[in-house]
Write a protein that binds this ligand. Structure first.
Ligand code: PLP
Length: 401
């Protein structure tokens, strides 16, 4: 368990990078157009929902557009997969029924019994459970390491390590790992680097360009963005891995359905605008929390005093919509605050347009209690939404009065 950073000084707005839409890199354009050309047959501007299990063949073995059965491929899913690959600057995208289905497929494609992987010491709880309860009985071993400390990661790597699993910023402590440094370490060690990019979203951070082999998303979060669909994604530029992921999708079957693919596509078109609003609101929330007497530490990569602020400023376009903080008065007070907010809804998950509040130790991270990944019980995590910022600040100020 990494130590929490000290109380943060007020951030310097000049330290924040620009979060202008269309910052010249074509991201917002790709989000709206990649994989989403008007339908060839009808001209429909929105990608149609191809809600079909199977596709007619004119002659045995001859399909009309390459589709024979929707587990193997479906046009709505293809549109999403093309868009996801374009957003991450990768060559191959696969869309899964959930982030955990994507994680399971990545591990099966990348590891064999006897292999070892390194996971963050504050990994997403579901990832920890997958590795600890499902992979270990199949003969895979793992170590945890604080990924913001490259020396500690290097020390955790063994000659059987085939995968370094990175999350940055981490959940719920918002530590930031140096993706390029981890990519270099992985290359030297004969391992692959996978980055779970769920917290940052591809708008803020592009791990493949920094040397990562695979990017994973829970598209349930920022990419979908409206808390109305569960989904996952894997993106890579490695042709062999891309083929392996597509083969796993067809063989294991945990694929995104047509309607879920369509909802996710509908969400990701506005990712750039939503992320700008999430980042601006989260920065304002972090600033305000710093001044409240009931607040202990504020964890936000955009604060100049965050221990990895410089790494975050280098590899992220802006600092994200997640803010965590500790409450003076311990677990009892933290639990009370969670039920006192009116706009911030008490709920798990993150990345939707609406603001959420939660108590990690008793909610999202209950499954890691007693393990090395246990989180402080006076900690509250906010997913700052895109409501009017003054309303969000007033709600938090009231709950923490
Ligand atoms: C939610 C989440 C997952 C799991 O995704 P699901 O879509 O819930 O299966 C994985 N990693 C991170 C960082 C997450 O927040």
């Amino acid at each position: 368990m990494s130590d929490l950073p000290p109380v943060q000084p007020a951030p310097d707005p000049a330290d924040r990078t620009s979060s202008q839409a269309g910052a010249g890199d074509g991201f917002a354009t790709r989000a709206i157009h990649a994989g989403q050309e008007p339908d060839g047959g009808t001209g429909a501007v929105a990608v149609p929902i191809f809600q079909t299990s199977t596709f007619a063949q004119d002659v045995v073995g001859e399909t009309r557009a390459g589709y024979d059965y929707s587990r193997a491929g479906n046009p709505t899913r293809t549109a999403l997969e093309t868009a996801l690959a374009a957003l991450e600057g990768g060559r191959h995208g696969t869309a899964w029924a959930s982030g955990m289905a994507a994680a399971d497929a990545a591990i099966r494609a990348l590891l064999r019994p006897g292999d070892h992987l390194v996971i963050p010491d504050d990994a997403y709880g579901g990832t920890f459970r997958l590795v600890d309860r499902i992979c270990v009985p199949w003969g895979i071993t793992y170590s945890t390491a604080p990924l913001h400390d490259p020396a500690a990661v290097a020390a955790a790597v063994t000659d059987r390590t085939r995968l370094i699993w990175c999350e940055t910023p981490t959940n719920p402590l918002l530590a930031v790992a140096d993706i390029a440094a981890l990519a270099e370490l992985a290359r030297r060690s004969g391992a692959r680097l996978l980055v779970d990019n769920t917290f940052a979203s591809p708008y803020l951070q592009q791990p493949l360009a920094l040397g990562a082999d695979v990017v994973l998303h829970s598209t349930t979060k920022y990419i979908g963005g409206h808390s109305d669909v569960i989904g996952g994604a894997l993106v890579t530029s490695d042709d062999e891995l891309g083929e392996a992921f597509a083969f796993h999708a067809k063989s294991m079957g945990g694929v995104a359905g047509p309607f879920d693919s369509w909802l996710t596509l509908r969400g990701l078109r506005t990712l750039a605008l939503r992320m700008q609003a999430h980042c601006a609101n989260a920065a304002a929330v972090a600033d305000m929390l710093l001044g409240l007497p009931k607040v202990g530490r504020v964890l936000y990569p955009g604060l100049a005093g965050h221990p990895q602020h410089e790494v975050a400023a280098r590899q992220m376009r802006d600092f994200g919509g997640m803010v965590s903080f500790t409450v003076v008065g311990g677990v009892e007070e933290a639990v009370k605050v969670c039920s006192r907010t009116r706009l911030f809804t008490l709920a798990e998950s993150l990345g939707g347009v609406e603001s959420l509040i939660e108590h990690p130790a008793l909610m999202t991270h209950a499954s890691v209690a007693g393990s090395a990944l246990q989180v402080p019980d006076d900690l509250i995590r906010l997913s700052v939404g895109i409501e009017d910022v003054d309303d969000l600040l007033a709600d938090l100020a009231d709950a923490l009065a």
